[in-house]
Structures are given as C-alpha cells and as structure tokens.
Write a protein that binds this ligand. Structure first.
Ligand code: AMP
Length: 219
C-alpha cells in the first residue's frame, strides 16, 4: 500500500489527539505528534529543551524553524517512509504547511486528506482543564468524563494524578487564541487545495471515530 499522509487539524481540545491514536490502532499508520515529540525532549534537560518547555507552558508556539526540523527528522524515518503518517498538531502555521508541501513534493508524495475538527473555546476549556494523567503509567483521565475510582488517583497504580502545565484554564484560553491567530488560516489553505474534510467534533468520540474511519477508508 502507498504511504498515506493525513493531517488532523483543529483547536486544542478538539479530540484530534484521541482520534489520531484510535486511527493509528486501526490502520497501523504511524502517529506523528509534534507536541509529543517536544514533550519527549523534556527529559533531555538541555538549554533548547528547557526553552521549548517554557514556550509550551505559556501556551505559545515553538518556532517554525525548530518545529519543522523536528518534524523533518521524524518523517525521514523508515516507518513513515513506508506507511505515511497521521500528522496530529502539525502543521500549525502557514510556513509549516508550506514546508510540508515541499517535503512531500520532493518525494513525489501527496496529502491524502486534512480532517478539520472544530469546537468552541468554552468546550476546549471544559475538556482540557479536566484532563489528568498518571505520571507512572501515562494513563489519561478526565475529572468529569472519565474519572478515576478514587479522586485524583490512578486506578492502576495508586499514584497521584498530575495536570499538564499547559492544561490550566487560562493557558487553554491562550492556546485557543494562538490557534485562532495562527492556525485557523490553514482551514482555508487546505479547503482551497480541495483536501479539507469537516468533522463535527462537538459530538460523542465514538460517532466521530466512525466518521474518521469512513473518510480514511475512502482515501
Ligand atoms: P499539542 O500536544 O499538540 O497540544 O502541543 C503542545 C504544545 O507543543 C503546543 O501548545 C505548542 O507549544 C507546541 N507545539 C506542538 N506542535 C507545534 C507546532 N506544529 N508548531 C508550534 N508549536 C507546536
């Protein structure tokens, strides 16, 4: 099968990460999340890693130059070259989208689809600020939608749950504003290229997953 490159585009909290992970499980196409790649750099404790951490905790974007470099390295690996990628959280700016166009064109590849997950700012805050994770096993909970049996404690290992530094409500509002200012233009960018598919992301995750699976099967 030819490699498939699919972009999951949308504001923070729109469920693109959750849906990307589900699709990865179903299709085996590698999940490429620049946010995950940056978070993985945390343990490196270098000046660059600390700068990136600071930027993320303020809800701002990492520079295009660094982001494109990190993405380029990831998509040059064999798994992506063979199977393509579910791009989750990249591109987030026009220069990033242009860089991706160029990288794909250099290998005579094309985007299969851009799925646009849309939600309101208030919904983003409701979803994200309730998110908690276990520092031991990485399991994700939600205080309202998927709470642990004991408040703020992991069911699997009894460890106290933590909240991501950029998941506090005021940071989520900042992230949403940055999305509107820098990323929402990509909706028109990809609509004009006739690859954009609208997904109503305010619905139940299972309904959304059905739509996503159907769209991908057609591509
Ligand atoms: P995410 O996990 O996709 O919500 O990303 C978390 C944070 O990582 C973002 O709020 C940004 O600070 C940074 N980040 C992730 N992807 C990008 C990107 N494509 N461009 C710039 N910053 C990014």
């Amino acid at each position: 099968m030819d490699p498939k490159y699919v972009i999951f585009l949308g504001p923070p909290g729109s469920g693109k990460g959750t849906q990307a992970k589900r699709l990865v499980q179903e299709t085996g196409i590698p999940h490429v999340s620049t946010g995950d790649l940056f978070r993985a750099m945390k343990v490196m404790d270098t000046p660059l890693a600390r700068r990136i951490q600071d930027v993320m905790n303020r809800g701002e974007y990492v520079s295009d130059e660094i982001t494109i470099e990190v993405l380029k390295e990831r998509i040059s690996r064999q798994d992506v070259r063979e199977q393509g990628a579910i791009l989750d959280g990249f591109p987030r700016t026009v220069p990033q989208a242009e860089a991706l166009d160029q990288l794909l064109a250099e290998s005579s590849l094309q985007l299969s689809a851009v799925l646009f997950f849309d939600i309101t700012e208030d919904e983003a805050v409701r979803r994200i600020s309730g998110r908690r994770s276990c520092p031991e096993c990485g399991r994700i909970y939600h205080v309202e939608f998927d709470p642990p049996e004991v408040v703020e404690t992991c069911d699997a290992d009894g460890v106290a749950l933590v909240q991501r530094g950029d998941d506090y409500p005021d940071v989520v509002r900042e992230r949403y504003q940055v999305y509107l200012a820098k990323t929402s233009v990509l909706v028109d960018y990809y609509r004009e290229k006739d690859v954009l598919i609208d997904i109503d992301a305010m619905r139940d995750p299972d309904r959304i997953a059905e739509d996503v699976a159907q769209v991908i099967a057609q591509e």
